[in-house]
Design a protein around this ligand. Structure first.
Ligand SMILES: NC(=O)c1ccc[n+]([C@@H]2O[C@H](COP(=O)([O-])OP(=O)(O)OC[C@H]3O[C@@H](n4cnc5c(N)ncnc54)[C@H](O)[C@@H]3O)[C@@H](O)[C@H]2O)c1
Length: 297
């Protein structure tokens, strides 16, 4: 999009973290913003604060894993603002037990994570892409993936798998829209570590998807994150990168290059028909921390 002023954005997961920051950034660039989130109190507060700052906002309580909620979100967006130009499919969750193996996670971890991270994105696309195509105006879709959607290894078994799916869905979306010569740009946001409330994702876990037990996080993981937290990227910085990508129509939005070696090793291993690379996730988090520290000093 060459300009976003006076256009309309829908942001899911807008009550916290990266979604909240994207909503703020897009509103500051002159957009009307529809905030969608399942956490009602945080959503109302975010909308009230943004309205107080003079932004045009609408809050719609939405569970992205429910197609009916997405239908309502689209209807209320069009009723309020008449069109939609930017969609940020951003809501996401991480189950605890990040160092558990693939077979160790309860099925509820897989179901909940895929319901939100994968089906949430799909429901958004299935509803909003046809609306955008019919509008035939400049539009842009940002799907929030993760850097772990490019990394192999044993850690983040459930979450990484869901984010690999988001990578592939978004690449497929981009290709299909280009084939149709549409006016819809696409970006895949691939954050490294960002300071948000994602580690308390369980707060939004539905009663029917609680899993067998809530696994305590491994101490090595917590230590690495605690070290990283002091220097982690702020959501507002990520939001600035996203707005730039929308305006420049750029697909991949990596927030750090500290994981590049691991991505390259995975690709090289595949081409060499070697066993998969198995990077140590905790070490990769520490490496991003060191890179941040270096860039901040
Ligand atoms: N923070 C990081 O380090 C990081 C890294 C890579 C990717 N991401 C991705 O960024 C996105 C945003 O996460 P964040 O870090 O800002 O976390 P966050 O927990 O601060 O925000 C996520 C928001 O999503 C909402 N949400 C959860 N389930 C929902 C549902 N079913 N329907 C609607 N909303 C729902 C939450 O209420 C919350 O407001 C996620 O997709 C996450 O996977 C985050």
């Amino acid at each position: 999009m060459r300009d976003v002023a006076d256009r309309v954005a829908v942001v899911t997961g807008a009550a916290s973290g990266i979604g909240r920051a994207m909503a703020n950034r897009l509103a500051s660039a002159g957009m009307s913003v529809v905030l969608a989130d399942v956490e009602e109190a945080a959503l109302s507060q975010a909308a009230a604060e943004m309205a107080r700052d003079g932004h045009r906002v609408l809050a719609v309580c939405t569970d992205v894993s429910k197609p009916d909620d997405i239908d309502t979100l689209a209807r209320r967006t069009l009723d309020a603002f008449g069109a939609v130009h930017v969609l940020c499919n951003n809501a996401g969750v991480v189950p605890r037990g990040r160092l558990q193996a693939v077979w160790e996670h309860p099925l509820d971890d897989w179901a909940w994570t895929f319901d939100v991270n994968v089906f949430g994105v799909l429901h958004g696309l299935r509803k909003f892409v046809p609306i955008m195509l019919a509008q035939d105006t400049e539009c842009h879709i940002v799907n929030t993936g993760s850097i772990v959607g490019f990394i192999s290894g044993s850690a983040h078994a459930v979450y990484s798998t869901s984010k690999f799916a988001v990578t592939r869905i978004t690449e497929g979306l981009h290709a299909a829209l280009r084939q149709r010569s549409s006016r819809i740009g696409v970006s895949l946001l691939c954050p490294g570590v960002v300071r948000t409330n994602i580690r308390e994702a369980d707060r939004n876990r539905p009663a029917g998807r609680r899993g067998d037990a809530v696994e305590p996080e491994a101490a090595t993981y917590n230590d690495a994150i605690a070290e990283m937290d002091a220097v982690a990227m702020e959501p507002s910085e990520v939001a600035g990168m996203v707005l730039d990508a929308i305006l420049q129509n750029r697909f991949y939005v990596f927030t750090t290059d500290a994981w590049d070696e691991a991505i390259a090793a995975r690709s090289a291993g595949i081409l060499a028909r070697a066993d998969p690379a198995s990077p140590d996730m905790v070490e990769l988090i520490r490496r991003e921390g060191r890179a941040r520290r270096g860039s901040l000093t």
